[in-house]
Design a protein around this ligand. Structure first.
Ligand code: OXK
Ligand code: ADP
Ligand code: MG
Length: 581
C-alpha cells in the first residue's frame, strides 16, 4: 500500500504556488491512514472521480450493480474483518438504496460506514430543488448508530475518525457519513491537510468486567444443575475463539450456537446441543448467554420455548452493551464488558476444582442428540425425485465438510432453515446469513465480501426467491472473477411453487414464480459457469467442479415444488395463524 506521502496532490512547480491537497485526496489519505484498503460502492455524481482516484491510489474498489448489495458487502466485510466495511454511494436515490444495508448492519451489530455524496447544503436546506436533493443526514440518523456530516476539508480527518470509532467501539454498528459534493474540491496546504488527519488509536478498546460481577456469575454457574452456554454472533465477532472453546471444554457445559455462531466450536463437537435445541432451552436451569440477544430468535427468553412452566431460569449474560441487560427478562448475573475479557475472567476464576455437570444432564442431552441424528441421517440418505431440500442439502453438507475454510452464505425460508441444521460448520465466522431481521437480499453482497475479504471459496445456499433480490450481482461476481458457487434451491416460488390463485383470475398466486426458471443462464450471460441439476449426483459433481475451478458458478438445483412450508420454521409469525387460534 502506498504511504500517505506517495499520494500526489496538485502542484505547480513553475509558479511556485503553495502545494495543496484537495478533499478527494484528504479523504483517501484518511482511510488509508486507518488501514482501510477496500471500498464497496457504485459510481455516479458526485463520487465517480473519487472511486477512480481510490483505485489509482491502490485501494480495492468493488463496484456493484445496486447500492444495497454494496452496502451488504460492506457490512459483511465489517463482521469478517472487525474493521468497518466501507460503502460509497451517490446522493439521494443511491443513498436510499444503501440505507437498508446500513440499518441491517446496525441491527446485526456489524461495523460499517455508509458514505454518501450529497447535494449542496445551501440549496437543499432551502428546498430549492437541487440535483438529487435530500436531507440525507436527517434521514439516516434514526437508522444507524451514529451519523455525521463534514462540510470543511479540515474536518475530513476528524469525520473519518469519528465514523470509525463509532462503528467498531462498544456494540458495533452502522455509521453514516455525509459528504457534500463541494467538499471534494476544497483544498488545504499539503502539510496542514495531512496534519489534520487522525489515525485512530485503539478503536475498539477492551472493556473489563468488574470483579464483583465475575464472582456473581461464577457463583451462579457453579451451583447450576443443568447449565447451558448460548453463543451468539457477537461471540463470533469477538474473536475470543480459543478462550470460548476452553470455557466450554473446561467446564464441560453443553452449548447451543445461534446460526452465525455455528463453527465457533465445530458443530460436530460432543458438547454441542444444537441437535436438541428445544430440550436444552426448556430444561436448563442456568444459561450463560455470550454475545446473543434474547430477542425473537430466542423467544425473548421466556414462555414455552424456555420451559417457563417448570420454574424460573437464571441467566448470566455477557454483553458489551449495558442496556442489553434485562431487555427482555431479568438477568441474574450481568457481565458487562467485551467478550474476550469477560470469558478470560471466567476462565481464571474457574480454577482446577471445577465440577463438570452431572451425567444426568449431559447423558440426557447425548441420548436425545443421538435420536435426532438418527432421524436426520435417514432423511439425508433418501434420494427422492425430484430432489427434496434435505437430499440436496446432504450434498452441500458433504462439500462443506470437505472445504471447511469456505464461507457459507445462506438465505431463504425453507432453504435457510434446513441448511442451518443440516450443514455443519467447522470454523469460526464462516457462516453469513439473514441475521437478526431475517432479511432477504443479503446473498450476493455477502458472497462478494466473503470472497474479497477472505480470499476463500464462497458457497451461497440460496432459495430461488431470496436469490432474486440480489441476482443481478452475478455480473459483479464474473467481473471480479470471484470464487463463488451459488446453489439456487429452485422450487418455483416463495415457500413452494404450488400455491393457487383462488380468485379464478389468470394471474399466478403471489408466491409463485415462472416454472422451471433457468437461473443458471444468468451466470452464463456474463461468462460464468451455469449448470442445471436434477439429481444429487449432478449437484455433487457441479459443486466439486465449481470449487476446483474457482470460477463463479450458479447451480440451478430443481427441488420438489411441493416441498416447502410457509415461512419455514417461523410459520407461527404469520398473522393469519393468530386469527385461526
Ligand atoms: C438441529 N436439529 C438437528 C440438527 N441440528 N437435528 C438433527 N441433527 C442436527 N444436526 C434440530 C433441532 O434440535 C431442532 O429440533 C430443529 O432441528 C431445528 O433446529 P434449529 O436450530 O434450526 O432451531 P429452530 O427451532 O428453527 O430455531 C429457531 C430460530 C430459527 C428462530 C432460532 O428458526 C431461526 O434462526 N430462524 C430464522 C428464520 C428466518 O430468519 N427466516 C427468514 C425467512 S422467512 P428441536 O426438536 O430440538 O426443536 C420470511 O422472510 O416472510 O416468511 C418470511
Ligand atoms: P445472535 O443473533 O447470534 O443471537 P445478536 O446479534 O442478537 O446475536 O447479539 C449479539 C450481541 O453481541 C449484541 O448484544 C452485541 O452487543 C454483543 N457484542 C458484539 N460484539 C461484542 C463484544 N466484542 N463483546 C461483547 N459483546 C459483544
Ligand atoms: Mg423457493
Amino acid at each position: 500500500m502506498p504511504s500517505i506521502l506517495e499520494i500526489k496532490p496538485e502542484t505547480d512547480a513553475v509558479s511556485e504556488t503553495p502545494v495543496l491537497i484537495d478533499g478527494f485526496h484528504l479523504f483517501l489519505n484518511a482511510l488509508k491512514l486507518n488501514d482501510i484498503d477496500t471500498i464497496f460502492g457504485l459510481p455516479g455524481i458526485p463520487i465517480t472521480d473519487l472511486l477512480r482516484m481510490a483505485q489509482a491510489e491502490g485501494m480495492r474498489v468493488i463496484s456493484f450493480r445496486h447500492e444495497q448489495h454494496a452496502g451488504n458487502a460492506a457490512a459483511a466485510a465489517g463482521f469478517l474483518s472487525a474493521k468497518p466495511g466501507i460503502c460509497m454511494t451517490v446522493s439521494a436515490p443511491g443513498f436510499l438504496n444503501g440505507l437498508t444495508a446500513l440499518a441491517n448492519a446496525t441491527t446485526n451489530c456489524f461495523p460499517m460506514i455508509l458514505i454518501s455524496g450529497s447535494s449542496e447544503r445551501e440549496i437543499v436546506d432551502l428546498q430549492q430543488g437541487d440535483y438529487e436533493e435530500m436531507d440525507q443526514l436527517a434521514i439516516a440518523k434514526p437508522l444507524c448508530k451514529a451519523a455525521f456530516r463534514v462540510l470543511r476539508a479540515q474536518d475530513i480527518g476528524v469525520g473519518i475518525a469519528r465514523a470509525i470509532r463509532a462503528a467498531v467501539s462498544g456494540r458495533p454498528g452502522g455509521v453514516y457519513l455525509d459528504l457534500p459534493a463541494k467538499l471534494f474540491s476544497q483544498t488545504l496546504p499539503l502539510d496542514a491537510g495531512l496534519n489534520s488527519l487522525i489515525k485512530v488509536v485503539d478503536p475498539a478498546p477492551s472493556q473489563l468486567p468488574g470483579p464483583d460481577s465475575v464472582a456473581r456469575a461464577l457463583n451462579l454457574l457453579k451451583n447450576a444443575k443443568r447449565p447451558l452456554i448460548l453463543l451468539g454472533k457477537g461471540a463470533a465477532y469477538a474473536r475470543a475463539d480459543a478462550d470460548i472453546r476452553a470455557l466450554v471444554e473446561k467446564t464441560g457445559i453443553p452449548y447451543l450456537p445461534m446460526s452465525m455462531a455455528k463453527g465457533l466450536l465445530p458443530d460436530t463437537h460432543e458438547l454441542s446441543a444444537a441437535a436438541t435445541r428445544s430440550f436444552v432451552l426448556q430444561e436448563a436451569d442456568v444459561v450463560l448467554v455470550i454475545g446473543a440477544r434474547l430477542n425473537w430468535l430466542l423467544s425473548h427468553g421466556k414462555g414455552k420455548t424456555w420451559g417457563q412452566e417448570k420454574g424460573p431460569k437464571k441467566f448470566i449474560q455477557i454483553d458489551i452493551a449495558p442496556t442489553e441487560i434485562d431487555s427482555n427478562v431479568a438477568i441474574d448475573a450481568p457481565l458487562v464488558g467485551d467478550i474476550g475479557s469477560c470469558v478470560s475472567a471466567l476462565l481464571t476464576g474457574i480454577g482446577g476444582d471445577w465440577a463438570k455437570p452431572s451425567a444426568d444432564w449431559t447423558g440426557a442431552i447425548a441420548e436425545r442428540k443421538a435420536k435426532n441424528f438418527g432421524k436426520m441421517a435417514a432423511t439425508l440418505a433418501a434420494r427422492p425425485t425430484p430432489m427434496s431440500f434435505q437430499s440436496a442439502l446432504s450434498v452441500v453438507k458433504e462439500i462443506v465438510k470437505d472445504n471447511p475454510e469456505a464461507i457459507v452464505v445462506s438465505e431463504g425460508a425453507n432453504t435457510l432453515d434446513f441448511a442451518r441444521s443440516i450443514v455443519d460448520m467447522y470454523l469460526p465466522r464462516k457462516r453469513l446469513d439473514v441475521g437478526t431481521w431475517g432479511i432477504m437480499g443479503i446473498g450476493m453482497g455477502f458472497a462478494v465480501a466473503g470472497a474479497v475479504v477472505t480470499g476463500q471459496q464462497v458457497i451461497a445456499i440460496e432459495g430461488d426467491s431470496a436469490f432474486g433480490f440480489s441476482g443481478m450481482e452475478v455480473e459483479t461476481l464474473c467481473r471480479y472473477h470471484l470464487p463463488v458457487c451459488i446453489v439456487v434451491f429452485n422450487n418455483n416460488g416463495i415457500y413452494k411453487g404450488t400455491d393457487q390463485n383462488t380468485s379464478g383470475g389468470n394471474d399466478l398466486a403471489p408466491t409463485v414464480f415462472v416454472k422451471n426458471a433457468r437461473y443458471e443462464m444468468m451466470m452464463q450471460a456474463f461468462g460464468g459457469v451455469g449448470v442445471y441439476v436434477t439429481t444429487t449426483d449432478e449437484l455433487h459433481t457441479a459443486m466439486v467442479e465449481a470449487i476446483a475451478s474457482g470460477k463463479p458458478t450458479l447451480i440451478n438445483a430443481a427441488i420438489d415444488e411441493t416441498a416447502g412450508t410457509e415461512s419455514g420454521r417461523i410459520t407461527n409469525l404469520n398473522p393469519a395463524k393468530a386469527l385461526k387460534k
